[in-house]
Design a protein around this ligand. Sequence first.
Ligand SMILES: C[S@@+](CC[C@H](N)C(=O)[O-])C[C@H]1O[C@@H](n2cnc3c(N)ncnc32)[C@H](O)[C@@H]1O
Length: 206
Amino acid sequence: MDYKYWNEYYKKNIAPNEPSKFAKDILKYLDSGKKLIELGCGNGRDAMFLANNNISVVAIDQSESSINNLKQSVSNNNIEFVVDDFIKTKLLKRESFDYIYSRFTLHSISEEQEEKLLKRVYEGLKKDGLFLVEARSIKDDIFGLGEKIARNTYVYNNHSRRFIVLDELVKKLTSYGFKIEFVNESNNYAAYKDQNPIVIRVIAKK
Ligand SMILES: C[S@@+](CC[C@H](N)C(=O)[O-])C[C@H]1O[C@@H](n2cnc3c(N)ncnc32)[C@H](O)[C@@H]1O
């Protein structure tokens, strides 16, 4: 899970601070006052944006450097920051959240971990709760670059990415009981510097 890579990355303080387009785009699906857990919040930019829009946020990440920095610098009663592994976290209790938010994190775990996580996500959501996902697609220009370490998984620029096959993800989600509310695969969702990757977006309802 590239613990070292991400911990060092967030120490450098070079991650963008403005909220992602995904966070802004999905806001219309969220109701004020409801509970959301962010899986892999990084430098907390989306967690803070969502909390500032009256969502009650628990934001977890494995990176101690990032979470400790956030704990010291952010004072917002609407957010709790936690160092944790989002696959194993005890915070994902049965029917405990209205929303589970995963931006650019599903592609950072293995297929086995994904299977475990998706089951836990389904269980952790309240009835009618939403799972909101944006992740890298196999249609990404960088797919296939670097060293292949598993199916659709490459180490490139010092960390690994498992590029998502949208149809497969949708099938898995459906098999766990989710209803698909929104699905798309496109560029112009996650443009950053000179990159404009094709990414997948899914909003799945329990
Ligand atoms: C590409 S960054 C995305 C950060 C943030 N969601 C954003 O969009 O700015 C991936 C993040 O997932 C975190 N991560 C990866 N695997 C994790 C795991 N198993 N448990 C907790 N955090 C994890 C990394 O530490 C990193 O902060």
